[in-house]
Design a protein around this ligand. Structure first.
Ligand code: HEM
Length: 421
């Protein structure tokens, strides 16, 4: 461990990490949301079949996943990640709790409004969520502006992601007001999907992996042109907005996004091949699978856009479980290191003990099985594989948390006995 401390120089300042309560609240709520998504697919698999894709039931399940699971996880990650990467003061526990409550209540009202066809709950919930997103954006931009870190592709990508989550709620709220009968309905779904998926989710994954992938491999990424997939994804994002007026852009956009995924797969291959860590990190299996699913999503754009959405969801879910298998043990190491008043830097090396070699393999296998079942069910228009995928999804967070907990409990004894000695 000491040997590595000398060699590996992380470019983040973990002393700026926030109180665990913020990330923990968002992560736990996200796990509960994905359990609810699994339950919904298990009990009503027909919602993913062709004639039900635009019903309120499907829209509720989609948002339990995108706003309940993915966006909650993103907020949890950003509360931890922004202060340490930009070396700025973290958010206070009361700020994070207030954000969580406003967003969570807004989401519940939004989902209730959709499922109960309630014309007032729906816009009220959407407005509360919008408010919480704006407050979070102000916090994040304020921290980025106060940082002395030079602006680079990472800073720009985070700013684009923050801009996009705001575009997402603006388009979403405009549709909500129309659906509630308060204004005339505007068909902004293509713009809403582009802002949400490419601008918010994909951009943030691209930004986060610039820092995380080199940490998993202890290799450097700057020679691998980290800006290239970002520029490609961004070009496709801009062209996709222009598609409303120029429909012939469909093919170039598909090609650009296909190329984006291929470039990232090449980066992942190069990083995992030139790793300097003592053991090859199994986390790369999940990262590669996530990008393969997104590669298929880009190609499907030409053939079946509903399958594109499903593949985007599956890829993003794969990333969350994969990255969490390393982020959560790190956060818990930090808490323990702070408790025993050790130097915070040692959390890096303690986390390596808490990291399970097996968990990323299990997560990637579950992601693969669920993806195969859902794609099969949607392509053949049959319910059974989708229902089985739903059952697996319900138990996924439980398996994930149980395995992380087991590894930490076993290794914690080892760490504390060494500390006492
Ligand atoms: C405050 C935030 C949001 C609001 C108010 C909102 C609102 C809406 C509304 C009203 C629709 C239905 C449009 C229609 O059928 O006419 C919709 C659809 C959709 N939204 Fe959102 N949304 C939000 C955030 C997100 C995010 C963050 C994502 C993805 C990351 C997302 C993904 C989708 C998808 C995939 C659909 C299509 C569902 C289907 O057709 O079955 N939304 N959204």
């Amino acid at each position: 461990m000491k040997k590595h401390a000398g060699e590996y120089k992380p470019t983040i300042n973990i002393r700026q990490s926030p109180h665990l309560i913020g990330p923990a609240l968002f992560f736990v709520a996200a796990w509960l949301s994905i359990c609810a998504v699994g339950l919904s697919l298990w009990l009503r698999p027909s919602q993913l079949l062709e004639n039900a894709l635009t019903t309120n039931f499907t829209i509720v399940t989609v948002h339990m996943l995108t706003l309940g699971f993915l966006t909650m996880t993103m907020f949890g990650v950003l509360y931890q990640w922004l202060p340490v990467v930009f070396d700025v003061v973290s958010a206070s526990p009361s700020f994070m709790i207030a954000h969580f409550l406003v967003y969570g209540v807004g989401l519940l009202l939004f989902l209730l409004g959709f499922s109960a066809h309630h014309a007032m709950l729906l816009p009220f919930g959407a407005l509360l969520m919008a408010l919480s997103i704006v407050i979070f954006t102000i916090f994040a931009l304020n921290r980025i502006m106060s940082s002395t870190r030079p602006w680079d592709e990472l800073t720009w990508t985070v700013c684009i992601a923050l801009f996009s989550i705001n575009l997402t709620w603006i388009f979403g709220l405009a549709m909500v007001l129309g659906l509630s009968g308060l204004t005339s309905y505007l068909h902004l779904l293509p713009e809403h999907l582009n802002a949400a998926w490419v601008g918010w989710i994909i951009m943030l994954v691209l930004a986060v992996q610039i820092k995380l992938l080199p940490m998993f491999s202890l290799a450097k990424m700057h020679t691998l042109r980290p800006w290239l997939p970002i520029v490609l994804a961004l070009t496709g994002w801009i062209l996709q907005f222009a598609r409303r007026w120029i429909p012939t852009l469909a093919l170039p956009i598909t090609l650009i996004w296909t190329l984006t995924a291929l470039v990232v797969l090449w980066q992942i291959y190069s990083l995992s091949k030139h790793h300097q860590s003592p053991k090859w990190d199994t986390v790369f299996i999940g990262v590669a699978l996530g990008w393969l699913l997104w590669l298929m999503a880009a190609i499907e754009l030409l053939y079946d856009p509903s399958l594109t959405i499903a593949l985007l969801v599956l890829g993003a879910t794969t990333f969350v479980f994969t990255y969490q298998s390393r982020i959560v043990p790190f956060l818990l190491s930090l808490v323990m290191v702070r408790q025993i008043r050790h130097k915070e830097f040692s959390a890096f090396f303690m986390a390596q003990r808490f990291n399970s070699h097996l968990l990323p393999i299990i997560n990637a296998s579950l992601a693969f099985v669920i993806s195969a079942l859902i794609v099969w069910g949607m392509m053949q228009q049959i319910r059974e594989p989708i229902a089985i995928a739903g059952i697996v999804i319900v138990f996924w967070p439980l398996i994930h948390v149980a395995l992380m907990g087991y590894q930490i409990i076993v290794q914690r004894g080892f760490f504390l006995s060494r500390h006492r000695a």
